[in-house]
Design a protein around this ligand. Structure first.
Ligand code: NAD
Length: 321
C-alpha cells in the first residue's frame, strides 16, 4: 500500500528529553516508548551510547507497537522544545557509598546539564533523578532560573513503591491492594509513614505488629543499598524508571495526582528553602500544591532531621555554582 502525502496540519506530540542514557535513562526511554506517551530524545556524553540505545528501542517498535520518535544525541540543540527534561546524568553509588558521597561530582554534572537543557527548552518542567536527589534538585532549580513549581525530584514514589512491595510480600497480598507513603529526603533519614500506609484502606498498624513494621521500614530505608550490594556495579533502575514514568505521565496527561515528590517548601511543615519529599499535587504545569499532612511530633521531628541533613549538603553544593 502506498500512503499519499498528507496536507493535514502536523500535530506536535509531546517530547521528553532524558539527560543521561545510562541504566535509569534507557529504562525510562523504554517505558515511555512502550506506553506511546511521547517522543524521546536521549542525551549522553558517552560516544554512541544514546544513539545505540535509541536505535535498539526503535528496532523493537514493530514488535511492541510503539510509533513515537526515539533519538539519541550528544548535542543539547537536539533536545530543543522538550516539554519535560529528566536529568539522570551522573554516577550511581558503589557498594559502601552513601548517596551524599556523590555530591561534588554529580553536582557539577547536574548544573551543566540543567543550564544547557533549559537554554533549548525554556518552557520545560524538570524532573531530577541524579543523587543525592534532594540536593541535586535544589541545584537544578538554582541553575535553571525556573519557578520552583517547575522543578522537582523523583524519589518518594520509588521509596513508597519499595515500602508497598515489602508490605505486600509480608502480608502475602497483591501490591495492588497496598498504598504506602514515604516522605523526607531520599537518604538514610527518609520518613516512611506506617499510619498512612494501608491495605485497601486498613492501616498496616492494624495488620502488623510494631517490630515487623520497623523491620519493613528499615528495609525500605536500605532499599537502594540492598540492590547496590547485590549488583555490585551500579544501582537500581527498573523501579526508578517506573517511578519517573508515573511523574512524566501525570504531567503529560494533566492527571492532577497526589504523589510523594521532592518539592520546594516555603514554610510548609515549618520548613523553608529546601526541596524534600512531601505529598504534592502534580499536573501539566508542574506542582500545583503541597499537602500538609497531620504528623505526630515524632514524624515531624524525623522530617525536620531529614531536611536538616539535606540543607547541610545544599550549603556545600552551592559552592559549585
Ligand atoms: P549510569 O552510570 O548507568 O548512567 C549515568 C549516565 O550518565 C552514564 O551513561 C554517563 O555517561 C552519563 N553522564 C555522566 N556525565 C554526564 C554528562 N555530563 N552529560 C551527559 N551524560 C552524562 O547510572 P544510573 O544507574 O542510570 O543512575 C543515574 C543517577 O540516578 C545516579 O546518580 C543514581 O544514583 C541516580 N538514581 C536516583 C534514583 C532516585 O530515586 N532518585 C534512583 C536510581 C538512580
Amino acid at each position: 500500500m502506498k500512503l499519499l502525502p498528507s496536507n493535514l496540519p502536523i500535530c506536535q506530540p509531546a517530547q521528553v528529553a532524558i539527560i543521561g542514557a545510562g541504566n535509569v535513562g534507557s529504562a525510562l526511554a523504554q517505558r515511555i516508548a512502550e506506553k506511546n506517551m511521547a517522543d524521546v530524545v536521549l542525551l549522553d556524553m558517552a560516544a554512541g551510547r544514546p544513539q545505540g540505545i535509541a536505535l535498539d528501542l526503535v528496532e523493537a517498535s514493530g514488535l511492541e507497537g510503539h510509533d513515537r520518535t526515539l533519538r539519541g544525541t550528544a548535542d543539547y540543540a537536539d533536545t530543543a522544545g522538550s516539554d519535560i527534561v529528566v536529568i539522570t546524568a551522573g554516577f550511581p553509588r558503589k557498594p559502601g557509598m552513601s548517596r551524599d558521597d556523590l555530591l561534588r561530582v554529580n553536582g557539577e554534572i547536574v548544573i551543566q546539564a540543567t543550564q544547557k537543557a533549559i537554554a533549548h527548552s525554556p518552557n520545560a518542567i524538570i524532573i531530577v533523578v541524579t543523587n543525592p536527589l534532594d540536593v541535586m534538585t535544589y541545584l537544578a532549580w538554582k541553575s535553571s532560573g525556573l519557578a520552583p513549581q517547575r522543578v522537582m525530584g523523583m524519589a518518594g514514589i520509588l521509596d513508597s513503591s519499595r515500602f508497598q512491595t515489602f508490605i505486600a510480600l509480608e502480608l502475602g497480598v497483591s501490591s495492588a491492594d497496598v498504598d504506602a507513603m514515604v516522605l523526607g529526603g531520599h537518604g538514610d533519614l527518609m520518613v516512611p509513614l506506617p499510619r498512612y500506609s494501608t491495605v485497601n484502606g486498613i492501616p498496616i498498624t492494624e495488620l502488623l505488629d510494631l517490630a515487623t513494621i520497623e523491620r519493613l521500614v528499615e528495609r525500605t530505608r536500605n532499599g537502594g543499598a540492598e540492590i547496590v550490594e547485590l549488583l555490585q556495579t551500579g544501582g537500581a533502575y527498573y523501579a526508578p524508571a517506573s517511578s519517573i514514568c508515573v511523574m512524566v505521565e501525570t504531567i503529560l496527561r494533566n492527571r492532577s495526582r497526589l504523589l510523594p515528590i521532592a518539592a520546594y517548601l516555603e514554610g510548609q511543615y515549618n520548613l523553608h528553602d529546601v526541596f524534600i519529599g512531601v505529598p504534592a499535587r502534580l499536573a501539566c504545569r508542574g506542582i500545583e500544591s503541597i499537602l500538609e499532612l497531620e504528623l505526630s511530633d515524632r514524624e515531624l521531628e524525623a522530617l525536620h532531621r531529614s531536611a536538616a541533613s539535606v540543607r547541610e549538603n545544599v550549603e556545600e553544593a552551592l559552592k559549585l555554582l
